[in-house]
Design a protein around this ligand. Structure first.
Ligand SMILES: CC(C)(COP(=O)(O)OP(=O)(O)OC[C@H]1O[C@@H](n2cnc3c(N)ncnc32)[C@H](O)[C@@H]1OP(=O)(O)O)[C@@H](O)C(=O)NCCC(=O)NCCS
Length: 433
C-alpha cells in the first residue's frame, strides 16, 4: 500500500493557531462559534503573512451548529480579507470534527484539487441554540400566517404552560440516550479505573498545562483576543487551567453522573468550553514555492467506530493501530503521543485497550499496540485542563503535537481523539525538520 501523500503530494502543516479556550459562560460568552473561528483564521493569516488569494479551500468543523449560519466554514471564508471565491464546507464528526476538517482538506491536497487549505473548527457552548416545543413552534407558525390580529391572538390562545418549556441539546447519544458522562462512568467501572487514578491523571493535566502556559509553549499557539462588543476586555490564555488544584481538592469533589457509586467528577472531566482553532495545510511543493517552512507532514490517519451502547469512547483503540499500520510504523517509532482527554476514565481506558490482546484482536491485529510511555503522553496537558470546545479540539491537538515534536527533535507523533457515536480518530504526524 502506498502511504498517504507518497504520490508526490505530501501534505505539510505549515501553521496552527487558536483562540484562548474558556469555560462556557465565561469570558468568550459574547462571541459566537463563527466569531471564534473567524478570529483564529484572521490572526493565522496575519502571523504567517500568507496571501489570502493563495487559499483554495476552507473546511471547518463544529458540533452544535448555528441554526442561522449552519455552514460556518463559508462564513469564515467570507472574512473581508479573503476573495469571495473560496469554496468552503462544514463537517461534523462530534469531538473529532476539526480532525475531520483537517483530513478532508488534506485529502483535497493529496488529490491535487487544492494546494493551500485552511482547516479547523470552533464551538461556542455558551451559545447553544435553545428550541421551542413542537406545539409552541406550530403556534408561532400559525400566528405568523394569520391574516388578522384576531387570528394571531387565536393562535396564541392555544398555548399551554408546558409548551413553553425550552428544549436544550443534551450531550447524549441519540441511539442509547446515554450521556457522555454516563458513558465515561460506565467505562471506569467496566475497565476498573479507580477514582484516585482518574484524579491523578486530571492533576497531571492541570500541572502540565500550567507549565506549558507558564513557559510560553502553549501561549505561542494562542492568540490574544479582544472581547466584543466593547473590546475593552481580553483573553490571552485558557481559563480552565487550575494552577492551584491538588489531589485533596480533586478527591473531595462529588461524582456527577452516578452520584452514589460513581467516580467521574467535574475535576476529572473536560469542562464545557468555548474556542476556535485553525491550521494551514499545503502541498509540500506549494509550501516550498511560497517559501513557507512546514512544521510537520501528515503521514497517515484512520477513523474507526464501535457500538455506542458498549464503550462509547473506546474507538481510539481501533483507530490508533490502524493509523500506525498505514504509516508503516509501530508504537516504538512514536516520540510523542497526544490524546484528547474527554474524561480521565476514557484516556485510562484507551491506554489499557492499547495494551490488551482482546482489544487488539477485535481491531484486527495479532498483537496489542503496546504501552504508551507516560513521559511522552500529553506533555503539555490536555482537554481536562485546557478545555474542550468540541469542534476545535482536533486542531488544537494537531498544532500542539506538531510544535512539540519539532521542539523535541522527535520524528513521529501520534494523536487520538474519541468522539460521540462510538467513533475514534488517530493520525500520525512526521516532523518536517
Ligand atoms: C462535569 C460537568 C457536568 C461539571 O460541570 P460544572 O458543575 O458546571 O463544573 P464546575 O466547573 O462548576 O465544577 C464544579 C465544582 O467542582 C470544582 N472543581 C472542578 N474542577 C476542579 C479541580 N480540578 N480542582 C478543584 N476543584 C474543582 C469547581 O470549583 C466547582 O466548585 P464549586 O461548585 O464550589 O464552584 C461538566 O463539565 C461536563 O458536563 N463535562 C463533560 C462534558 C462532556 O460531556 N464532554 C464531552 C466529552 S467528548
Amino acid at each position: 500500500m502506498e502511504s498517504y501523500g507518497r504520490n508526490g503530494r505530501r501534505v505539510a502543516l505549515v501553521a496552527g493557531l487558536r483562540t484562548p479556550f474558556a469555560k462556557a459562560g465565561t469570558v468568550l460568552k459574547p462571541m459566537s462559534a463563527q466569531d471564534l473561528g473567524r478570529a483564529a483564521v484572521a490572526e493565522l493569516l496575519e502571523r504567517t503573512s500568507l496571501d489570502p488569494r493563495e487559499v483554495d479551500i476552507i473546511v471547518f468543523g463544529t458540533v452544535v451548529p448555528s441554526v442561522l449560519a449552519p455552514n460556518i466554514a463559508r462564513e469564515v471564508a467570507l472574512l473581508p480579507v479573503f476573495p469571495k471565491g473560496i469554496p468552503a464546507f462544514t463537517v461534523s464528526r462530534a469531538c473529532a470534527s476539526a480532525n475531520q476538517a483537517i483530513t478532508d482538506a488534506a485529502d483535497q491536497i493529496v488529490l491535487g484539487h487544492a494546494d493551500v487549505a485552511i482547516a479547523g473548527g470552533a464551538e461556542s457552548l455558551s451559545n447553544v441554540p435553545i428550541l421551542h416545543s413542537r406545539r409552541f413552534s406550530d403556534v408561532l407558525v400559525s400566528a405568523g400566517r394569520a391574516k388578522s390580529l384576531g387570528g394571531r391572538i387565536g393562535a396564541f390562545s392555544r398555548v399551554r404552560p408546558r409548551d413553553l418549556v425550552p428544549i436544550t441539546p443534551a450531550i447524549a447519544e441519540p441511539s442509547t440516550g446515554e450521556t457522555m458522562g454516563q458513558s465515561a462512568e460506565k467505562m471506569a467501572k467496566l475497565n476498573h479505573i479507580p477514582r484516585d487514578e482518574q484524579d491523578q491523571f486530571a492533576l497531571r493535566s492541570h500541572r502540565l498545562a500550567a507549565a506549558g502556559t507558564q513557559d510560553g509553549r502553549l501561549t505561542a499557539e494562542i492568540m490574544p483576543l479582544y472581547i466584543p462588543p466593547a473590546f475593552s476586555t481580553w483573553a490571552t490564555s485558557d481559563n480552565g487551567i487550575r494552577t492551584d488544584t491538588s489531589l485533596e481538592q480533586l478527591a473531595a469533589l462529588k461524582p456527577v453522573f452516578d452520584k452514589r457509586y460513581g467516580s467521574v467528577t467535574a475535576g476529572n472531566s473536560s469542562p464545557l468550553t468555548d474556542g476556535g482553532a485553525a491550521v494551514i495545510l499545503m502541498s509540500e511543493e506549494k509550501a516550498r514555492s511560497l517559501g513557507m517552512k512546514p512544521i510537520a507532514y501528515v503521514r497517515s490517519y484512520a477513523y474507526a467506530a464501535l457500538d455506542p451502547g458498549e464503550q462509547l469512547l473506546q474507538a481510539p483503540v481501533f483507530a490508533a493501530p490502524k493509523a500506525l499500520e498505514r504509516a508503516g510504523l509501530t508504537l516504538a517509532d512514536i516520540d510523542l503521543v497526544e490524546m484528547h482527554e474527554a474524561f480521565a476514565s476514557q484516556v485510562l481506558s484507551n491506554l489499557q485497550g492499547f495494551e490488551s490482546q482482546a482489544w487488539a484482536e477485535r481491531a484486527g491485529f495479532p498483537r496489542p499496540m503496546g504501552e504508551v510511555d507516560r513521559s511522552r503522553l500529553n506533555v503539555m496537558g490536555g482537554s481536562i485542563a485546557i478545555g474542550h470546545p468540541f469542534g476545535a479540539t482536533g486542531a488544537r491537538i494537531t498544532t500542539t503535537l506538531a510544535h512539540e515534536l519539532r521542539r523535541r527533535g522527535g520524528q513521529f507523533g501520534l494523536m487520538t481523539v474519541c468522539a460521540a457515536g462510538g467513533m475514534g480518530f488517530a493520525m500520525v504526524l512526521e516532523n518536517a525538520a
